[in-house]
Ligand binder design. Structure first.
Ligand code: ADP
Ligand code: MG
Length: 238
């Protein structure tokens, strides 16, 4: 019961409308990629789903339940950002367990969950290190671990790989897809990188200027771009 349903979503900041009436249904267990140029409203859309911003208009349902006015902590979404701010004074294990500690999960269960998630992310040997002793890719894995550990219903990724070099990006793309499958979550992955979108998406949405230009599988969009913008942006034959 982790599907997401967005209906007629609008978001204004002052006079400026940045999401302009957006309808989107994301199936339970789907890995949906939102692709679009900088400034088109991708981060805003994720923040609306997570509840970090309030919609100006429209309705958001997760797992069939209306969460439009639900506070972020009760929506079951975990978000991974580009700038994975870890707590510098805490170990990897401490960083991962922090949210559980705050939520009052007992020490023993925290340790079990940290061990399990660390295993999935190949962080088992690094649990006692501090962030400054890790590579960029390892830090991003810890940030993912921290998001995963509370067993979210929905995973929201906001360009989590853009600060990493090409080799790490390729590795983490695989890691993220594997985690998505293993955990059975619904994932929404935002990027401005066409290749990343085409290689990761079950289905993708091309956004431009606060609107959806086209939704479909990567093959459908590449073979039959619906608009000139889409053709230009993904480099497909128009
Ligand atoms: P993207 O993630 O696709 O680059 P954003 O969602 O970050 O785009 O931003 C979309 C537009 O909304 C941009 O023009 C941005 O300047 C504006 N915007 C985003 N957040 C705010 C805010 N809190 N206040 C005012 N304008 C904002
Ligand atoms: Mg953004």
């Amino acid at each position: 019961m982790n599907g997401i349903d967005l209906s007629a979503i609008r978001k204004r900041f002052g006079e400026t409308e940045v999401v302009k009436g957006l309808d989107l249904t994301i199936a339970e267990g789907e890995f949906l990629v939102i692709l679009g140029p900088s400034g088109c409203g991708k981060s805003t859309l994720l923040r609306l789903i997570a509840g970090l911003e309030d919609v100006t208009q429209g309705r958001i349902r997760i797992g069939g339940r209306d969460v439009t006015h639900e506070e972020p902590g009760r929506r079951g979404c975990a978000m991974v950002f580009q700038n994975y701010a870890l707590y510098p004074h805490m170990t990897v294990a401490g960083n991962m367990a922090y949210g559980l500690k705050v939520a009052g999960v007992p020490r023993r269960e925290r340790a079990e969950r940290v061990a399990r998630i660390a295993g999935m992310l190949e962080l088992g040997a690094l649990l006692d290190r501090r962030p400054h002793e890790l590579s960029g890719g390892q830090r991003q894995r810890v940030a993912m671990g921290r998001a995963m550990i509370r067993s979210p219903r929905v995973f929201l990724f906001d360009e989590p790989l853009s600060n990493l070099d090409a080799k790490l990006r390729a590795q983490l793309r695989l890691d993220i897809k594997r985690l998505h499958r293993d955990l059975g979550t619904t994932s929404v992955f935002v990027t401005h990188d066409q290749l990343e979108a085409m290689t990761m998406a079950d289905r993708m949405v091309v956004m431009n200027g606060g609107r959806i230009e086209q939704a479909g599988t990567p093959q459908e969009i590449y073979r039959r771009p619906a608009t000139r913008f889409v053709a230009g942006f993904i480099g497909a034959p128009a």
